[in-house]
Design a binder for this molecule. Structure first.
Ligand code: HEM
Length: 127
């Protein structure tokens, strides 16, 4: 009896994971990517203007645009690497927000460079 209950729980656990993860949605990913492109330009301008709030706001746009990507499976490659890539990208953007808050413009520029590197490796693996 115990074994049957364990087996049923295991099946429920596995299938609930499958429900939580949506299939790849090209239109949603493209929309997020277009927001990313626009945000990179905005971040650059805001840093050049030493504008704390505009810089933080533009880095936050990256966080918001990419967080939903964690809910999708990738178009190719494995889900764990996809999640890792987006979590790293979100971490780079949060670093940029922190840098904006402390008016550390070199650190903000480094966070922007990290985002560009995240893009290159993300496109290399999944695009
Ligand atoms: C700041 C960082 C990034 C920028 C600026 C960026 C920009 C773009 C742009 C402009 C496109 C073309 C969108 C279109 O066809 O309308 C694109 C596509 C794509 N990007 Fe990114 N990207 C970034 C980061 C990433 C990362 C980290 C990943 C994966 C981990 C990724 C995965 C993809 C994929 C899979 C597509 C193809 C979408 C499709 O056609 O279905 N991108 N990206």
């Amino acid at each position: 009896m115990k074994k049957i209950v364990s087996a049923v729980l295991l099946v429920l656990l596995i299938s609930s994971g499958a429900w939580a993860q949506a299939a790849y949605d090209s239109a949603k990913v493209k929309a997020a990517m277009q927001a990313n492109s626009a945000a990179l330009g905005t971040i650059k301008k805001a840093i050049d203007a030493s504008d704390t709030l505009a810089t933080a706001d533009a880095f936050w746009t990256i966080v918001q645009a990419n967080r939903p990507m964690l809910g999708y499976s990738p178009p190719k490659g494995d889900k764990a690497s996809w999640d890792k890539a987006f979590n790293e990208m979100i971490a780079s953007a949060l670093k940029g927000m922190g840098a904006a808050g402390s008016k550390d413009w070199d650190k903000a520029k480094a966070a922007l460079a990290e985002l560009r590197a995240d893009m290159s490796s993300g496109h290399g693996a999944f695009r």
